[in-house]
Structure formats: C-alpha cells, structure tokens
Design a protein around this ligand. Structure first.
Ligand code: UDP
Ligand code: MG
Length: 329
C-alpha cells in the first residue's frame, strides 16, 4: 500500500444482541457521518455486523439495517455459533481486501465509540495497529474488575504477553490483516496473536462503559476457559513448571528417604502414619494436576491437527462488493 487511503470497516460480533443492536447502529451511524464529513474516513466505509449464530432476531435486525441504509451497514451471517474470537476473525478476514483499516468492537457499547477518532488519526500517522486500552474500570463490578485484572497479570506470569487491559477493541491496517490471515491456528486468541505480528503500534486510552442492555455472554466459566486457552495457546511455561515441580518433589523425596532411615535406626519406626498418608494424597494430587496440564496441551494439538474451519460464512451482505457470497475458512 503506497498511498494512505482511508476506508474504515468496523467489525462487530453479535451473539443474541437484539436488545442493543438498534442503539449500537444508531450511535455508530452518527459517528460515521461525523467521520466521513470531516474527511477522516472515506464514504466507502462500512459498519459490518457479524451474526455469530444468534438464536434471537439479531440477523433479522442486521438485514433490516442493511436494507434501510446500505451506505452504512453491512452484515455477515455465520453458519453457526463459532465463539467471539472466531466471529471477530470471520469479520476481519471477510473485509480485509476491501478496506484500508478495520476496527473490531463489541456490540454492547462497552467500548467507547468516541475513541474511534483517535484510533483513525493514529493510523493515519502511520501506525498499523492501534490498541484500545481501558483507562478505568469504574463501571465494572468489583468481581469483574478483580477477575479481569487478575487475568492480565496471570497471563503475563504464565508467559503469554498481552497488552494490559486491552480486549478486542483495536484497529488493524489491511496490511496487518493480510499477515493475520497467515496464522492458521484453530485455538484462536487474538489479543496474544496481534502483538506477535509486529509492525508499528500504539495505544489509545478510553473509559469502559456499562453494557447498554442484555447480559454478558462471558460468564465466569467461559472466562476461565478463555484464560486457560490463552495461556496454553501462547506459552509452554506450565509444562516447564511441571518439570520444576517434579524436580523439587524428587529432592524432597530423597530427604524424606534419609529421614526414614534415620528414624528406623533410632527405633521409632511405628511413627509415620500421618506422613505416609499425607504424601500419598499430595503426590497423587500433584500427578493428576500435571496430567491435566499436559492433557490440556494434547487437546490443543488434537484440535490443531484436525484443522477444521474456524468459521463458515453463510452470507455476506455488502452493497459495494458482490452480494451473498459463501466461503469457508
Ligand atoms: N459474542 C459472540 N459470540 C459468542 C459470545 C459473544 O460474537 O459466542 C460477542 C457478543 O455479542 C459481544 C462480544 O462478543 O459483542 C463480547 O461479549 P460480551 O459483551 O458478552 O462479553 P463481556 O464484555 O461481558 O466480556
Ligand atoms: Mg461486553
């Protein structure tokens, strides 16, 4: 890309978001009118909603929005629910060749729409990736704040380098998107992947709002599995920890052996019931934990080897390009 063109595609994953879609569309349209008016983005720019196999009226609303205002709204319909990360990827990969930059954002208006201006400006200054970073979590509950911030810290300790307090609100140039297409992994964790691609990047800070309506689609269980997926996809540190643990346990067992011999020769060998029982439980637990962690990696390999499509696009409705194309990734 030589000249700096400025067609911006927003990619918004939506899973059962009928309650928020109209409001999100309304606010984004106002923002787009303003951005196009000021010449910051081209009039070819679009807002693309990705329907991630919703069971409510989400796709109906997206089609309606597109039919009413094809100048602003486009839609991608996935064949089934593929999860947040895959929905974002599906959107980004579908638009990568028709945009100059793409911003991914959640549908629930938690990310600040007003940060888009700054993101586009940073792109025009030459940044290929612009991370939206939360400056405050005033509206999050204590529990969400605690678990979410713990998540970033734990990720770092475990060796997966992610941008602190950055979720999936980010701008990427089409150049970066083309490189992202080369990362074929099935266990997708975009926040870990994008920094790996490199290129000039910077942060834009914003305050995170409360969800406009509806419920979070990330209950604790999903968040935990997201964290485990992030760590095991990006780091083999847990495996090294197992080795270290095994080593420490071997040293302790040698010491324990020496102690048993000493006690035996002192003639007090009927002692030791509690120490035996405790070690059985302790070692048993440790072994199960180690097996579980290794199993987590084996499971990852299993999924990667099968190499199934990460998402299937059933429809793409966009007025500037060919309509209703189907493709597999
Ligand atoms: N989402 C999705 N597929 C899913 C789950 C969630 O596309 O299987 C979308 C959802 O519609 C929203 C975004 O991912 O736009 C983030 O979800 P949510 O706001 O529920 O997560 P939280 O902000 O509570 O972490
Ligand atoms: Mg949310």
């Amino acid at each position: 890309m030589t000249e700096k063109s400025n067609t911006l595609y927003m990619v918004i994953p939506c899973y059962n978001e009928e309650e928020v879609l109209y409001e999100t569309a309304k606010q984004l349209k106002v923002k787009y009118e303003q951005l196009i008016g000021s010449g910051l983005i081209s009039s070819e720019s679009r807002i693309v909603f990705v329907n991630d196999g919703s069971r409510d009226k989400t796709w109906q609303i997206i089609s309606e929005l597109h039919n009413a205002e094809p100048r602003f709204f486009s839609g991608i319909n996935l064949a089934r629910n593929s999860g947040h990360q895959n929905a974002v990827l599906a959107g980004l990969m579908t638009v990568k060749d028709i945009c100059d930059m793409a911003i991914s954002m959640d549908a629930d208006l938690q990310d600040d729409i007003n940060a888009i201006d700054a993101m586009v400006e940073k792109y025009l200054e030459g940044n290929q990736v612009v991370y939206g970073v939360r400056s405050a979590r005033k509206t999050d509950t204590f529990f969400k704040k605690f678990t979410a911030e713990g998540f970033y810290k734990f990720m770092k300790i475990m060796g997966a380098d992610v941008v602190y307090n950055h979720a999936d609100f980010r701008l990427m140039s089409s150049r970066v998107l083309c490189e992202l297409a080369e990362y074929k992994e099935v266990n997708l964790f975009l926040r870990g992947l994008v920094p790996l691609i490199g290129f000039q990047s910077c942060n834009v800070y914003y305050e995170r709002h409360e969800r406009f309506a509806g419920e979070s689609k990330y209950p604790l269980k999903k968040m935990l599995s997201f964290a485990i997926n992030g760590i095991t996809s990006f780091s083999t540190k847990p495996l090294k920890l197992i080795t270290a643990m095994g080593f420490i346990m071997s040293v302790i067992s040698v010491l324990a052996m020496l102690w048993t011999i000493v006690v035996k020769f002192m003639g007090k060998s009927e002692l030791g019931w509690s120490s035996t029982v405790c070690s059985i439980w302790f070692i048993g637990g440790l072994q199960l934990l180690a097996l579980g962690i290794i199993g987590e990696y084996v499971g990852k390999i299993y999924a990667e080897v099968k190499h199934r499509p990460r998402y299937i696009v059933a429809d793409f409705i966009n007025n500037s390009e060919s309509e209703n194309i189907s493709e597999e990734k």
